[in-house]
Design a protein around this ligand. Structure first.
Ligand code: HEM
Length: 495
């Protein structure tokens, strides 16, 4: 009897428990449905930014890619019509997502970038994430991103430039350009890529130019090509080659790590050695960090070097003024190397660099995701939507830069050479992901211009133009023939 009572008690307890659990689950389900429906009502009652979804499946990709690949260097073409119809923040359907908003509003762009990690977060295509790795800088968020960002900023801060980079950059430029004297016909973009990759490999991994570096150079070319492609991982595909290239680079980094552990007595001054000594990051994080760092550091500034020569070839007056500035400096220095003070004194050079970054933007789009519903004027960008900060559009906007498609370095003449806080010119981004390499990039380009202009005159061997697809590049790599510049003039430079 007692057993029966006990059994009944347990039975009724578990029955009431099941009933209660069911009730709670039901209530949770109803509340979550009500919440979801209230949220979607809220979103639909607050208007989405106006815009178009384009064609089924294709969206607006074709129009977009046609604009950024145009021979007239006018990537803003895509946004001109849309801005007129819908305003500077508009809905679109790009890169496979119909939940995309494009912004060509300078102030809103700045707001988005400055609120990284709070209202917005970086969201690069998932193909990128596999290639740059779980811990690549554009893949990580929160605490780890801040730590890696701080490491990069510390390595590349202005004071480090004169002590750690000045001589290495000049040695790399002199060595490469000596070879150009014999080669005569060169693809300038390709040569600039090699110079900067060698420099980055030396500073990050203490690797010297060698046959091994040729392998790494090839791997980086495949890697870069795969960053903007369909993620089809079958032998022969661009993506497959990119993933293979990633493995080559990662293997090289792990070999360097092993070598440092086996031979701690060898003194080195590269970033890898510093990271290993610091000991706070795992090998896996270090390897992904370095892959991204190498890539971000070499592809960008080297491309801008080649762009600057394209623009100068087309503008003799700017070329003459710049050449005069560098021959005056050469005369005052004799055989001495350029110093940080000399670099800061290159007034017109800084104008040329800014104008090249404006007209030939190597980071045309910055992708973000809304972490919560974002109100913009009368519209709402719902949580989870992509926001494309279209820097090229503001950099080529007549409102901010009269005759925006003309290379006019003088427009920067009354500005300090440091970056301003102006929302309509942000070639290095803003906020928590502001490019840590911006001092280095400008120094590399300035020194490149000094060595190139004082050593060579040149003629172009073919017409060339910039394309932003799949990545910013000179389509033919800028083929030129170089001559020694004993005349100290730009005579013979043919645009
Ligand atoms: C002209 C040359 C360059 C341009 C225009 C440029 C532009 C940019 C931009 C716009 C971003 C921000 C991306 C975002 O907000 O999602 C960025 C990030 C970054 N850049 Fe550069 N960059 C250049 C050169 C360099 C160099 C020389 C290095 C290193 C040696 C470098 C390393 C990085 C790194 C590590 C990040 C990621 C920062 C983070 O996510 O925390 N960049 N760059």
């Amino acid at each position: 009897m007692e057993r029966e009572q006990m059994y009944m008690a347990v039975y009724s307890f578990s029955r009431s428990n099941v009933f209660l659990t069911g009730l709670v689950l039901g209530a949770v389900w109803i509340v979550s449905k009500l919440w979801a429906s209230w949220r979607s009502d809220k979103i639909s009652s607050c208007k989405l930014p106006p815009g178009s979804n384009g064609w089924p499946l294709i969206g607006e990709n074709i129009t977009f890619f046609r604009a950024i690949n145009s021979t007239t260097n006018h990537p803003r073409q895509f946004s001109i019509d849309r801005e007129r119809r819908y305003g500077p923040v508009f809905r679109s359907n790009l890169f496979g997502s119909a939940k995309t908003v494009v912004s060509v509003d300078a102030e809103f762009n700045k707001y988005v970038l400055q609120n990284e990690g709070r209202l917005f977060q970086a969201k690069y295509p998932s193909t990128n994430n596999n290639l740059v790795g779980k811990y690549g800088m554009v893949t990580v968020h929160g605490e780890l991103q801040r730590k890696l960002h701080a490491t990069a900023v510390n390595l590349l801060r202005a004071e480090k430039m004169s002590s750690d980079f000045m001589d290495d950059i000049q040695n790399a430029l002199s060595t490469a350009m000596e070879k150009w004297e014999d080669m005569r016909d060169i693809h300038l973009q390709h040569e600039c890529h090699k110079i900067v990759l060698n420099l980055m490999a030396k500073k990050l991994l203490d690797l010297s130019p060698s046959q091994e570096m040729d392998g790494i150079y090839k791997a980086f070319k495949d890697f870069a090509g795969a960053l903007v492609c369909l993620p089809i991982n079958i032998p022969g595909s661009t993506y497959y080659k990119g993933m293979k290239a990633r493995n080559v680079i990662i293997r090289t980094i792990h070999e360097c790590i092993k070598e440092r552990r086996e031979h701690p007595e060898v003194e080195r001054n590269d970033l890898l050695t510093k990271l290993l000594k610091d000991g706070s990051l795992s090998d896996e994080i270090i390897a992904d960090f370095l892959v991204f760092f190498l890539f971000a550091g070499f592809e960008t500034s080297s491309t801008v070097m080649a762009f600057s020569i394209l623009f100068l070839t087309q503008n003799r007056q700017a070329l003459q003024e710049l050449t005069d500035e560098h021959f005056a400096l050469l005369k005052s220095k004799g055989n001495e190397k350029i110093t940080w003070e000399d670099y800061k004194s290159m007034k017109f050079t800084h104008c040329v660099i800014k104008e090249t970054l404006r007209l030939g933007n190597v980071a045309p789009l910055i992708p973000r995701e809304a972490k919560q519903d974002i109100k913009v004027k009368d519209f709402v960008i719902p949580k989870g939507w992509s926001i494309l900060v279209f820097l090229n559009a503001t950099h080529l906007d007549e409102k901010y830069h009269p005759e925006a498609l003309t290379f006019n370095p003088w427009r920067w003449q009354n500005e300090d050479h440091e970056l301003s806080d102006k929302a309509w010119f942000m070639p290095f981004g803003k906020g928590g992901r502001l490019c840590p390499g911006y001092h280095l990039a400008r120094l590399e380009i300035a020194l490149f211009l000094h060595y190139f202009l004082t050593k060579f005159r040149w003629e172009k061997l073919e017409d060339d133009h910039i394309s932003y697809f799949p990545a910013p590049t000179l389509v033919k790599g800028l083929p030129i023939r170089v001559y020694p510049n004993s005349l100290q003039s730009v005579d013979g430079v043919m645009g």
